[in-house]
Ligand binder design. Structure first.
Ligand SMILES: NC(=O)c1ccc[n+]([C@@H]2O[C@H](COP(=O)([O-])OP(=O)(O)OC[C@H]3O[C@@H](n4cnc5c(N)ncnc54)[C@H](OP(=O)(O)O)[C@@H]3O)[C@@H](O)[C@H]2O)c1
Length: 331
């Protein structure tokens, strides 16, 4: 049980990851205040003993009220899909800045930012020119990197003693995730279209990520250097197909789609979504992420800075997720 500080402001608790973080914080005995919006669906936090406060991260006034008396901020709110690049910036970069500045003013002691591996970009290849460093390949990744930088600025340019911790999860999956649900639905047909190229992924189970957040909240003296939060194993599409097949109780045959077709379908889906003014479910970024690129990281970084390592393996986590979808009538 952590000693002090005790009161946490959690943003994004109505979302997939944030709701699991809320569960974990409550289970650890923290006093939790969650930001919600007027439009939020509070289904995942309804039965939790948490306080709710209405605040959009784009409103400094609402954030000031939400931050009153808070010791630690966990900032999980963010846009993972947006109608435009500017929307990503407004929420993921400017929203993080507004919250960080408000937190410094309110005397918050620690600020845990849920960023993304997308802020770093895909794995570097030997042939990549230039020095190593962050190279996001999407508007989403750029906005997450900008959010990290705005937090850094708030910490260094303002007077105060707030500490920052930046977590960069890879792809997250698990119960309550509507994105992974699509994979399960496809797997149930017994056939799964996958890109021909060999993208390697290191997805991480949502409950493991929530545990990493708990460590980031409680552990003294964590460096501000972004910490990759990835799963225990690097997986291929064949591994994914095998784990999904096991989870849905039916072997899954992988149907290889040529990369060019894969990329074009991402572009077409994105254009169609723009026409109807909806954030796209599948777009050029997702097409790229899932095919040409590798998204892996060294888990030892999180181990040395947080004392955390993901423990749930793909097969077991997919099984648990599939069971949850079935129990909740999603699958
Ligand atoms: N899912 C992944 O694979 C993944 C991987 C790496 C990093 N991340 C990061 O993890 C965080 C959570 O992602 P998620 O998958 O849980 O997304 P999610 O299910 O879409 O949840 C997003 C949350 O952010 C809130 N939010 C969005 N815009 C807001 C605004 N303007 N003001 C206040 N709250 C706002 C949403 O509130 P409403 O309920 O009101 O919409 C919701 O609670 C994000 O920062 C994301 O970048 C996710």
């Amino acid at each position: 049980m952590p000693e002090i500080p005790r009161t946490i402001l959690l943003t994004g608790a109505t979302g997939f990851l944030g709701s699991h973080v809320a569960d974990a914080l409550v289970a650890e005995g923290w006093t939790v205040r969650c930001t919600v919006r007027k439009t939020s669906n509070p289904r995942w936090i309804e039965s939790l003993p948490v306080e709710r406060v209405t605040a959009d991260v784009r409103s400094a006034e609402a954030l000031a009220v939400a931050l009153d008396g808070i010791d630690v901020v966990v900032h999980s709110a963010g846009l993972t899909r947006a109608k435009s690049d500017a929307d990503y910036q407004r929420v993921n970069a400017e929203g993080t800045q507004a919250l960080a500045l408000g937190a410094v003013d309110a005397g918050v002691r620690r600020f845990v930012l849920v960023s993304s591996l997308a802020a770093r970009g895909p794995d570097r290849r030997a042939s990549d020119p230039g020095p190593a460093g962050d190279r996001p390949t999407s508007a989403y990744g750029e906005s997450k990197l900008a959010g990290e930088r705005r937090l850094f600025q708030a910490l260094t340019e303002q007077t105060g003693t707030m500490q920052g911790v930046i977590l960069r999860p890879g792809g997250i999956y698990g119960p309550r995730d509507e994105d992974s649900l699509n994979l399960f639905k496809v797997a149930k047909t017994g056939m799964m279209p996958v890109p021909t190229s060999k993208g390697r992924l290191q997805p991480v189970y949502v409950k493991d990520v929530a545990e990493a957040v708990i460590r980031a909240v409680a552990r003294p003296d964590v460096d501000l250097k972004p910490i990759p939060i990835v799963g225990p194993e690097i997986v291929s599409w064949a591994d994914m197909g095998e784990a999904l097949g096991n989870a849905v109780g039916k072997p899954v045959r992988l149907v290889k789609i040529p990369d060019a077709v894969w990329q074009v379908s991402g572009a077409v889906a994105e254009a169609a979504a723009r026409l109807v003014r909806m954030p796209p479910q599948f777009d050029r970024r997702t097409a790229d992420d899932l095919s040409r690129l590798d998204w892996t990281a060294d888990p030892r970084e999180a181990e040395s800075s947080l004392g955390w390592r993901a423990t749930t393996h793909l097969r077991e986590a997919m099984e648990e997720t599939g069971r949850w979808y079935r129990e909740h009538g999603w699958l």
